[in-house]
Design a binder for this molecule. Structure first.
Ligand code: DGY
Length: 346
């Protein structure tokens, strides 16, 4: 019997690959380099594949999904090693009854940790202080009473009121809130598309974390009242540029914006202006519009109050290995048992 063709757009590591290779009736076609698979290679190899393993680096467009249907058996499962699914054309997949496996939850702690790191890096002027240090200028500047000072995250010595805001209030936001509570934030506001009434859960969460309140607000209020704001909504057209010039102009001058979500949530040009003109204090970004093709002269790379890291929120060894295994298991479950362990549904 002919083996089923499985397209592996990226080698996802020893353990997960061993699991995939152990399927006797599968023939794995693996992108041979340690880089995102070339778009033409994906397109050329899609026909006849019944399953695909993908990462954020590959764009699984309608063209790829259509190409998969051109010859041989139908594509049944796309398994992505990510919680985000904005790199897959979900409606094209749904039209062809292709199911999607993904890897939420296992990366929640790593991304929440990284979100806190970015808030601290941005508020405590890490970019500017590192630049000074690496330029060999510490000796001439010495220690200054207000050198590289930034706003306190949380209540601090003055016991100030401090509000943490979340755009989106899913798992990662809530894990980040738990961490922020330890910094002495007093209040949490969030915005989500808000179809479910969370009043009772929010009260219980506030009591559990020792906060005055946790509650949903409209976008205007989120912008106006957040001292630190985390943007943790999924990518895609519904969230494109939610944080735009109008939003940024409403924020506090001392506010810190942290984007661990998806680059296009924040309008880059508006953010550059906001930082240059001091509408907000600083920004910490794990993601940025246009990534990964960010040229060395990108304006945000030259903003002293902007800390940028290259989409490494989930990059702990344990997290990535767990994501890879889950990704492999989702594909195996979907194709062998008709049941994807963790399935993304529209
Ligand atoms: C994801 O999985 O979508 C994160 O952005 C990267 O781990």
């Amino acid at each position: 019997m002919a083996k089923s063709k499985i397209l592996i757009c990226r080698d996802i590591g020893e353990q997960a690959m061993a699991l995939l290779r152990a399927q006797p009736d599968w023939e794995l076609v693996v992108w041979p380099q340690d880089s995102p698979a070339d778009a033409q290679w994906v397109l050329d190899n899609a026909p006849g594949s019944v399953g695909m393993v993908v990462t954020l680096g590959e764009k699984i467009s309608e063209k790829v999904i259509d190409a998969a249907a051109v010859a041989g058996p139908e594509l049944k499962v796309i398994s992505t090693m990510s919680v985000g699914v904005d790199h897959v054309d979900l409606s094209a997949a749904a039209k062809r009854h292709i199911r999607i496996g993904y890897t939420p939850e296992v990366l929640t702690d790593a991304v929440a940790d990284c979100s806190i790191m970015l808030a601290l890096m941005a508020s405590r002027c890490v970019t500017a202080s590192q630049a000074m240090l690496r330029a060999g200028k510490w000796g001439s500047l010495g220690w200054g009473p207000y050198l590289f000072c930034g706003p306190q995250i949380g209540s601090g010595p003055t016991k100030k009121q401090s509000t943490v805001g979340f755009l989106g209030f899913g798992r990662i936001s809530q894990a980040t809130l738990v961490r922020m509570a330890a910094f002495g934030v007093t209040r949490c506001v969030y915005y989500n598309s808000g179809r479910v009434d969370r009043t009772a859960e929010d009260r219980a969460l506030a009591a559990k974390l020792g906060l005055e309140s946790v509650g949903r607000v409209e976008l205007d209020e989120l912008a106006r009242s957040s001292d630190v704001l985390f943007t943790l909504v999924p990518g895609g057209k519904d969230t494109f540029h939610i944080v735009d010039e109008a939003f940024l102009r409403k924020m506090k001058k001392t506010a810190v914006l942290v984007n661990p979500g998806r680059g296009p949530i924040v309008d880059t040009d508006a953010l550059v202006k906001a930082l240059k003109e001091g509408w907000i204090w600083a920004a910490g970004l794990d993601v940025i519009e246009g990534e990964p093709n960010i040229p060395a002269d990108h304006p945000l790379l030259h903003e002293p109050r902007c800390s940028i890291i290259p989409h490494i929120g989930s990059a702990t060894i344990e997290t990535r290995e767990t994501m890879a295994l889950l990704c492999a298991e989702n594909l195996i479950g979907g194709l062998k048992e008709g049941k994807i362990g963790v399935e993304y549904t529209l």
